[in-house]
Design a protein around this ligand. Structure first.
Ligand SMILES: O=C(O)CCC(=O)C(=O)O
Length: 260
């Protein structure tokens, strides 16, 4: 249960950080599952722009027990239901690598800009919940975000850019970025593997390429309020999930039970 201070912080900044939410043992289970899903070729696996290393894997909660359980984990579902005020379902999951040695990086954008315009989610009543699968430091391409930027609503000042799979990312125009950063600054999601960062879906975020030799993997559980389900159905299931059944939390030790 989030306390009043946490709820107020989320409303003000659009972000809440939970250091070490998952244990080292649970992280080991998640890391193994990440390697398994990233090694299965498929249309849901996106390579980096300049190399063939894996950039993203979408929708692995639909094909791997570990991520199915992570998405239903009470340590994520509880805060998300409290913040959104009702039952939630998975709109999208993604494993994002920032593999090191110069790979990775995402331009500044809002996820809800795509979820609203492409998937037809009516209201910004959705969250990105990022679980760190590696230690994240200033040096290995952390997730960067602009605190308070969610309060500007959907910003219609974006330029579309495409990755190698044709996924469209709406890049924020420079003039708007400057204004937002003057207002809120830039924060980085830093912490040990197992930490989690919950963000409002309108928070402007991105990351730089990782020029360190150390991998930075994040798993995003992106959830939407059940009453806010999508209205248009243009994208694959692994981009925009259509199982609107409210998530039922699993047992707290569900990940450990899946340790081989
Ligand atoms: O994981 C990152 O570095 C940023 C990812 C991101 O912004 C996205 O997938 O929308």
């Amino acid at each position: 249960m989030l306390n009043d201070r946490q709820v107020e912080e989320f409303q003000r900044t659009g972000a809440l950080f939970f250091p070490g939410l998952f244990s080292r043992q649970e992280v080991a289970v998640l890391q193994r599952a990440a390697e398994e899903t990233a090694s299965r070729p498929g249309p849901n696996v996106t390579p980096e722009m300049a190399t063939d290393s894996v950039r993203m894997v979408h929708g692995s909660h639909r094909e791997h027990d570990v991520f199915a359980n992570l998405c239903r984990h009470p340590r994520l579902v509880g805060p998300a239901e409290q913040l959104l005020g009702e039952g939630i379902y998975v709109h999208q999951s993604r494993l994002n690598y920032n593999a090191g040695m110069g790979s990775g990086g995402f331009d500044w954008h809002q996820d809800f800009a795509t979820w609203h315009t492409v998937d037809g989610l009516p209201e910004p009543r959705a969250l990105m919940m990022t679980v760190f699968l590696d230690d994240v430091t200033p040096a290995n391409g952390p997730l960067l975000y602009i605190p308070g930027s969610h309060r500007h609503g959907v910003i219609d000042d974006f330029e579309p850019v495409r990755d190698r799979n044709g996924n469209v990312l709406m890049r924020l125009a420079e003039r708007r970025l400057r204004v937002l950063v003057e207002d809120g600054g830039i924060a980085a999601g830093l912490g040990p593997a197992g930490s989690a960062l919950i963000m409002h879906c309108n928070v402007v975020h991105g990351s730089t390429p990782n020029i360190s030799p150390n991998r930075r993997a994040l798993y995003y559980v992106n959830v939407n309020a059940v009453s806010n389900r999508q209205r248009t159905f243009k994208r694959a299931e692994y981009h925009a999930g259509t199982d609107f059944t409210p998530l039922q939390p699993v047992a707290d030790d569900a990940l450990l039970r899946l340790a081989a």
